[in-house]
Design a protein around this ligand. Structure first.
Ligand SMILES: [Zn+2]
Ligand SMILES: [Zn+2]
Ligand SMILES: [Zn+2]
Length: 142
């Protein structure tokens, strides 16, 4: 998913185009990773001084419902990013410093169906946390 696809989708579902929505999607387009509502508010506060968490969350929920965004929790905080368009089963490497994500095609949990013969496994979540190269350099003081 990207900004243009998201705008088209919103239009096709009859949602009104607003600068606020477009600017919000623009943030995700530039980020290539997870954003929290707080980061969105901080980034948009100059253009939209009265923008409330309520409005942000309402739009985030809408984007999630339309499968534009996906959500996870990082260190206790809800964060959002553009939903991956790949249909293949995959996982993410997530940087705790900047929120950037990278897709990995390796799945370390192939045989979960064997855990319990009485339990029908339908899926799983697996996320790898750490620090990207830039954030490691930043931490090292370069
Ligand atoms: Zn993905
Ligand atoms: Zn990083
Ligand atoms: Zn997997």
């Amino acid at each position: 998913m990207n900004k243009d696809e998201a705008l088209l989708l919103l239009k096709s579902r009859g949602f009104k185009h607003t600068d606020k929505r477009e600017d919000m999607l623009d943030l995700f387009e530039k980020k290539h990773g997870y954003l929290s509502a707080k980061e969105i508010q901080t980034a948009m506060k100059d253009d939209y001084p009265g923008l409330s968490f309520d409005t942000i969350y309402r739009n985030l929920s809408l984007f999630k419902k339309l499968l534009i965004l996906e959500e996870t929790e990082l260190e206790g905080e809800r964060v959002f990013q553009f939903r991956c368009t790949t249909e293949e089963h995959h996982h993410h490497l997530i940087c705790l410093g900047c929120g950037k994500t990278r897709t990995i095609e390796v799945c370390p949990m192939q045989d979960l169906s064997q855990l319990d013969p009485d339990f029908k496994v339908t899926g799983h979540k697996f996320e790898v946390y750490g620090y990207c190269k830039q954030c490691q350099k930043k931490a090292a003081g370069f």
